[in-house]
Design a binder for this molecule. Sequence first.
Ligand SMILES: Cc1ncc(COP(=O)(O)O)c(C=O)c1O
Length: 372
Amino acid sequence: MSRYAPGAVMLRAALRRMEPYTPGEQPRPGEQVLKLNTNENPYPPAPGVIRAIRRAAAADSLRRYPPPRADRLVQSASRLYGLPPQMILAGNGSDELLALLFRAALGPGDRVAYAAPTYSLYATLAAMQEAQVVAVPMAADFSLPVVRLAAARARLTIVCNPNSPSGTFTAIDEIDRLAARLGSRLLVVDEAYVDFAEADALGLVGRHANLAVVRSLSKSFSLAGMRVGLLFAAPVVVDALLKVKDSYNLSAPAIAAGAQALEEVGWMRRNAAKIKATRRMAEARLRRIGFAVPPSAANFVLARLAGHNLEGVARQLRRQGILVRHFADALPDALRISIGTPGQMARLFRALEPLMRRLGVSRVNGRAERCG
Ligand SMILES: Cc1ncc(COP(=O)(O)O)c(C=O)c1O
């Protein structure tokens, strides 16, 4: 508890009004839990990544500042994704790149539009800029309200694809249409989970100067702890972001790890394929025990039970050492569950099925089933 009165220090008034972003629960050091609440990858990063971090730590690079534009990482990204380095910016996680975009595009009173429910950080970033949010409700199937988003005429429109927390995917030609409708207004596509989907918007970046695609190495490349993100956009957008970013936004080990992870992209693709197979099994099994599950293109699923607040179920799972995400305000009737290994998902179902039976909605027939 602070012993200082609120307002004891002169800070921006906007900060008093805003709620901080609430990340998913992180277990205490050493606490043994099954962590299915923040969409981390259950598999380790590529073996060369650990060696690259060791090399970065052993060499002179810790004593010196890192390259401000993370050149090695940007070059690896350029080779892998086929866009020139002037169209790529590396970030300290994709969260930093999102913050830079909001900072560059929005001043007090400017409009930012997105479909809801979505990644709740967008609201926090908007509040920081004192921007005005136009949150357009998604339809029941979480399809993107393209026309209403375009009609908002916001300075910045952001689409999370695949969307969190629904996991649903918007077809790329809809993104293409939205980018065209927005003209010179910025469209950001947050593709943090796109490696678990079947298509992506990167091919549109060369066609629309107003489009920025943001990627994360936290999920598919298993590097959440390293903080590496990538942004792809026209040079005019990248140049503007360079003006508002910190000079040395990525550490030397993060640059080395990110570059090596991209060099070993096959490792990521094999892990993503395993996660997609486990996801299919998990979706089917959740539906069998009574949940409605929108088709997921991400490394998590949204399990919904109409008319039930699932906070209690999340709490019961927590008691058994299993963390899943419950969004009390946006989606009280749902749990967002990250996809783990087949063994981890089997453990989840062993805990979840009795809870469902207790709720009286289970269609489980009692047969033991394997997941994955
Ligand atoms: C939709 C979405 N975008 C971006 C991020 C941020 O990822 P990063 O770890 O790269 O900052 C997350 C993390 O949960 C996310 O869910």
